[in-house]
Structure formats: structure tokens, C-alpha cells
Write a protein that binds this ligand. Structure first.
Ligand code: GCU
Length: 625
């Protein structure tokens, strides 16, 4: 697809005050990244779709710009044109193409779409009534992997990255009455993408989250970040977008606290203010996830959100939530709903089913949302239900570390993720990588991401899931983590699979030694074993893939973990069996079966082992189960 989508770096620089990017003229920051609560016209529902495996709608047969017979985005009534003009020729007819209900990955649109990867054209019509003097934007929650958007036959913008939102300004292009929107969605990931082509999850191509037409005032509050600083003060940073952004009066209101802060924006339309919190502020925590309605007003525009106030920090090897040590009782999950035919269509009910199984089923206070930003539906629900969150970008396994375009894409995804969710009290950790091999190019790449996190958010912890190396000492295996990246992190995540991907007998696992930096919190960000729900083996040494083996694996690994003094959390792999094309044996059938519950929600024996462990831990720590 066109290189246009790749001029991302200036976008990243634009997200923070000019000082940072002074040497480069910052492009205007992408608009409306954190705008899921803004009222708008819902454009989900019925869309026509048409596959285009050879990208005929993008490149003609010799790579030239396609002519009218291929332009899927054009405004054309094919049957009427053919009736009028016998010589006319169209290689497509979007209005007659099959219909699918969006959002959701295309693999469940029809049986033949199950393994389709490549380009799909989506199109629908909608009625609009744009208000004179106001601005209009098409906002997408997520389109995997690359998107080109057309409105009324004109290309209006695009995006790269399957897990973060983007909004395209269409002021002056939206008509009163009928409009036609077309989206070219290309799920193809290549060696330069983020993530790379080889992962352990299903590459759900499609428009997987909400689509809306938003209308704003000519100048509006594009981004506002309201939080408790590490020094315990309420702070707000707001940025206006529009001709009247500079020197504009602005006001923050938190009615339930009787707090109002007001001021004027600077020459760039930015405003910062701080105040001590009122005495009656109730801090957010998993045990009491108190949220407050907050509003930022500027001119006729009103931005609003529901925000929890809490501090999260590291002191030595402790993680402190509101100044008190906390142990993260967690579980990992993919963005995939329960059911026999998931399509990454996460409704509020689907998100609640997943998080409730973690919170009330496992007694968890923490979830690792792997390996990419999950939808706002999920992160908002974590706020509401009281679950701390590990949020990450899909810098996974083998990335093109020395490719500047890949770095730019990763930086944009990270910035979009942070700006989208930095008002979520639930989010405790921004993670920048998963299981990436140490090398100078990798360290430079991840170093840039680490700097971006520090610049964009000084109130949360920086983490990554790291690899270890194994040695034998005194007849016992010893796992050593000496990844140089750890020095940049607040929290070290380690993925460990001793006894599953190694030949260790489970009885020997508790004795495995660990050599890790002692002065930093360690989280076992992954450990797990596959089990096919319902497959039982009551032998003394149960076979792999049986529920009994998984049960015993958990018991052994928890015993091993309990011996590590700096361990401050766990997010076992994984809550639910999930689709993975890598997994094709008789028990797996296209699923990674490391779930503690099956894809349809059937709990396995190991579920009880972890739930009991967490209940005990919660009681020990004086927390609600
Ligand atoms: C890895 C990886 C996961 C994968 C898991 C597994 O650690 O991070 O994405 O699914 O192991 O092998 O099951």
C-alpha cells in the first residue's frame, strides 16, 4: 500500500510539547484518538464486502492506477450505468456484494473467508446532516492491518496498525443526505510490520471495532489527560484543535469533588493546571474502583470522561498502588470473545464475560491484555470492575529492528495506545515488547519506545516481557535474565515454560533456580501448559494435553515462583483457549489450548489451582477476593 501511511514519526512528536521535537516540524497530532465517549453517528452494522486478492482496485493489471472498471470506491450505480451504457464494464458491484455485520473480523463473514488474508473492500451508505460551521470526522476504533478510506468516491485518509484508533477529518466532504463510505482493508503483514507475519495468534483481518461519524465545534478539546500525579496532585493537560485553540479559556470540572480549575491555552492550544486533591477524593483501586465524571470545556465544546485517581509506582522491588505494596494476581488474555466461532467482535457483554471470569472466577486483580492494545470497551470495563492492566504494543518476536519505517510504525502505535488510554486508572504498565532477542538494533529500537513512554506518561510503569537463558548448575537448571533492556524498565516480565517446552519433570520444576536483578519487581508475564478440556489422564504422571497435567504444571510452577524474593505478580498464559494457526495437533485443532477455560468457557482443573492460590494471596494481603 502507499507510503503515505508511513510518514508517521512527526505524528508521534506532535503528541507532546514542542520542546521534545523542536528539531523536526511536528505534524498536527492525529485527532480524536481518545474520543470514544464523544457523541456521534454509529456506522457499524450492515456493510457490503468484496474480496480483492490481486488488489485490482488499488493497482491495475500493469500496476497503473485502476480505471473505472476497477474502482470499488467510486460512486457508481453499476446496474443503472450498464442499463444506460452497453459499452460500460465493471469488474465489481459493491451494492450487489455480500453483506456482513460489523465490527468483527471477516473470517466469520462466510465459510470461504475463514483463512482469507489480503485485501477486502467494505462499503455502506449513511445519511448525514452536517451542521454549518462545525467539523466532521470519520473515526475507526481499529482496522487490521492497513486501511484506506474513501468518502463519496474520494480518498480521504488511511492508517497502519490493527489495534489503535484513527480519525479522518471529512469536513466539507460529508453531504447532507446520502453518503457512501468505502474502506480498503488489507490484513497483510510483512517483515516490516508490527506485529511481524509469524505470531501465535490469529490475524483477524477486518474492521474489528466501532466506526462513527463525529461532529465537533470548529475548535474542540481534542485530547485531555486528567490524573493524579506521583506527588498526589490532580493534574490536567488539555489540547485544543482548531483555529481558536491559542489563548482560549478552558475549564476542568469534577463536580463530585466540587473541583473546578480554569485557565487559558498557550500559543499551541495547550493547557496545564494542577491542584491538591479535595479531602474527600476516594482513590481508585481494584477493591474500590471509584470513578469520577470529569469534563473539560472550551468555548462551545465539552469533552468528558470517567476517571479514577490513583498512584502506581515502583520502590525497589515493590510495586506500590496508592503508596501500598500490591501483588498482581493476574491472568493473560487475547482480544477474542467466548464461543466456538470467535471473530474478535468484542461487545461490552463479551468483554464483561472475559473480565468477570478473571475477577470473580480467579480472584484476580490484574490482567495482561496481550499482545496488542485491546479495545476501549475492555480497558474501560477494567476501570469499572477494578482490574489493573498490563497494556502492550505488538512488538513481538522478530521485528525489523533496523527499518526506520517499522520503528516509526511502532512509535505511532505506542503513542496512539497511550494517548487513547492514559485516562484509564486501570492501566498500570505500558509494555513495549514480548520475547524479543537481545541485539544492538533491537536495543536501540526498544530504547526509542522506552523514551516515548517516559515522555508521554510519567505516572505509570514501563515494562516488557523478556527472555531468559538456561544453564545447569549443580545438577539443577538455573534461569538467568540478563537482558540489557531490563535496566530501562520499571517492571520485568518473564515468560517461562519449564516443564512444558522443556523436558523437565514437573516434580523438578519447583527446584529450578532463578538469577534475576534483585532490586526490581519481577512478574511472571507468562507460564502455562496446553490442555484439551475434557481430556483426562489419572495416571501418576499424566500426559501433556490432559487437564491433570495442566493442573500439576500450575502447582509446580507456583511453587517455583514462590521462591523468588522479587516476584510481585503473575499473569499466566492464558485465560481462554484462543485461535492460533500454529497449533494443529489433534487436541489443538487450530487453537492454543493453554487456556484455563476452553473457548466456550469450560473451566479446566488448573483453573481451581490458580483461583485457590489467588484467594489465599488476597486474604494474606488483606484484599477482597
Ligand atoms: C509465548 C508467546 C505467546 C504464545 C505462548 C505459547 O511465550 O508470548 O504469544 O502464545 O508463548 O507458546 O503458548
Amino acid at each position: 500500500m502507499s507510503g503515505a501511511v508511513r510518514t508517521i514519526l512527526p505524528v508521534v512528536l506532535a503528541f507532546w510539547p514542542a520542546t521534545a521535537g523542536a528539531q523536526q516540524a511536528a505534524a498536527p497530532p492525529p485527532a480524536l484518538v481518545a474520543a470514544d465517549l464523544r457523541p456521534g453517528t454509529d456506522l457499524t452494522g450492515q456493510w457490503h464486502y468484496s474480496i480483492d486478492p490481486y488488489r485490482a482496485g488499488i493497482r491495475g493489471f500493469h500496476g497503473e492506477t485502476p480505471n473505472a472498471s476497477e474502482r470499488r470506491w467510486a460512486e457508481v450505480d453499476v446496474p443503472a450505468t450498464l442499463a444506460r451504457d452497453r459499452a460500460a464494464l465493471f469488474e465489481f458491484d459493491m451494492a450487489a456484494a455480500p453483506v456482513a455485520t460489523l465490527p468483527g473480523g471477516w473470517m466469520t463473514h462466510a465459510p470461504e473467508m475463514r483463512h482469507y488474508q489480503g485485501l477486502v473492500w467494505y462499503q455502506r451508505h449513511f445519511t448525514a446532516a452536517p451542521t454549518a460551521g462545525k467539523r466532521q470526522f470519520l473515526r475507526f476504533g481499529a482496522v487490521n492491518y492497513r486501511a484506506r478510506v474513501y468518502l463519496n468516491g474520494v480518498e480521504v485518509g488511511g492508517h497502519e496498525g490493527g489495534f489503535t484508533p484513527f480519525a479522518i477529518e471529512v469536513t466539507g466532504r460529508v453531504r447532507g443526505g446520502d453518503n457512501q463510505v468505502t474502506v480498503a482493508v488489507d490484513s497483510t503483514v510483512d517483515a516490516t510490520s508490527v506485529p511481524p507475519p509469524v505470531t501465535d495468534w490469529e490475524n483477524y483481518g477486518g474492521i474489528t471495532r466501532d466506526v462513527r461519524l463525529l461532529e465537533t465545534a470548529a475548535t474542540f478539546v481534542d485530547d485531555a489527560w486528567v490524573r493524579l500525579t506521583r506527588t498526589g496532585r490532580i493534574a490536567v493537560d488539555a489540547r485544543l484543535n482548531g483555529g481558536a485553540a491559542a489563548g482560549a479559556p478552558v475549564r476542568l470540572t469534577i463536580a463530585a469533588l466540587g473541583l473546578t480549575l480554569s485557565g487559558r491555552t498557550d500559543a499551541e492550544g495547550r493547557w496545564h493546571a494542577e491542584a491538591p486533591p479535595p479531602r474527600r477524593l476516594a482513590r481508585w483501586s481494584p477493591d474500590s474502583p471509584r470513578l469520577y465524571d470529569v469534563a473539560v470545556e472550551a468555548g462551545e465544546d465539552r469533552w468528558r470522561d470517567r476517571v479514577g485517581f490513583r498512584t502506581i509506582e515502583r520502590r525497589g522491588r515493590d510495586i506500590l498502588l496508592n503508596g501500598r505494596p500490591v501483588f498482581l494476581r493476574g491472568v493473560s488474555l487475547h482480544e477474542e470473545e467466548f464461543g466456538g466461532a470467535p471473530a474478535r467482535a468484542i461487545t461490552p457483554a463479551a468483554a464483561r464475560a472475559l473480565l468477570a471470569e478473571a475477577k470473580t472466577g480467579l480472584h484476580a486483580n490484574f490482567v495482561r491484555l496481550a499482545h496488542y492494545p485491546h479495545g476501549e470497551v475492555t480497558t474501560r470495563l477494567a476501570d469499572e470492575m477494578g482490574l489493573l492492566v498490563w497494556s502492550e504494543v505488538p512488538v513481538y518476536w522478530l521485528i525489523a529492528w533496523d527499518n526506520p519505517a517499522t520503528l516509526a510504525a511502532a512509535r505511532a502505535m505506542l503513542a496512539e495506545n497511550i494517548v487513547r488510554d492514559r485516562n484509564r486508572a486501570a492501566i498500570a504498565i505500558w509494555s513495549i515488547a514480548n520475547e524479543t532477542p537481545d541485539s544492538p538494533a533491537r536495543n536501540a529500537f526498544l530504547g526509542a519506545l522506552a523514551d516515548d513512554v517516559r515522555r508521554l506518561d510519567d505516572t505509570r510503569l514501563l515494562g516488557a516481557a523478556l527472555l531468559t537463558r538456561r544453564s545447569e548448575e549443580g545438577g539443577h537448571p538455573v534461569m538467568t535474565m540478563d537482558d540489557p533492556l531490563a535496566t530501562r524498565l520499571d517492571v520485568m516480565g518473564i515468560n517461562t515454560y519449564n516443564g512444558w517446552y522443556t523436558a523437565d519433570r514437573l516434580a523438578d520444576v519447583p527446584a529450578i533456580g532463578w538469577r534475576v536483578p534483585a532490586d526490581k519487581p519481577l512478574i511472571f508475564s507468562e507460564f502455562g501448559a496446553d490442555a484439551k478440556a475434557g481430556f483426562h489422564d489419572t495416571a501418576a504422571d499424566p500426559r501433556k494435553f490432559s487437564e491433570e497435567f495442566q493442573r500439576d504444571y500450575y502447582a509446580a510452577t507456583l511453587a517455583m515462583a514462590a521462591k523468588i524474593p522479587s516476584l510481585r505478580g503473575l499473569s499466566p498464559w492464558i485465560l481462554k483457549d484462543f485461535r492460533s494457526p500454529r497449533r494443529q495437533n489433534g487436541w489443538q485443532q487450530g487453537y492454543n489450548r493453554k487456556g484455563l477455560v476452553s473457548e466456550t468457557g469450560q473451566r479446566k482443573l488448573a483453573f481451581g489451582v490458580l483461583a485457590d492460590f489467588y484467594a489465599g494471596r488476597a486474604a494474606h494481603d488483606g484484599h477482597a477476593r
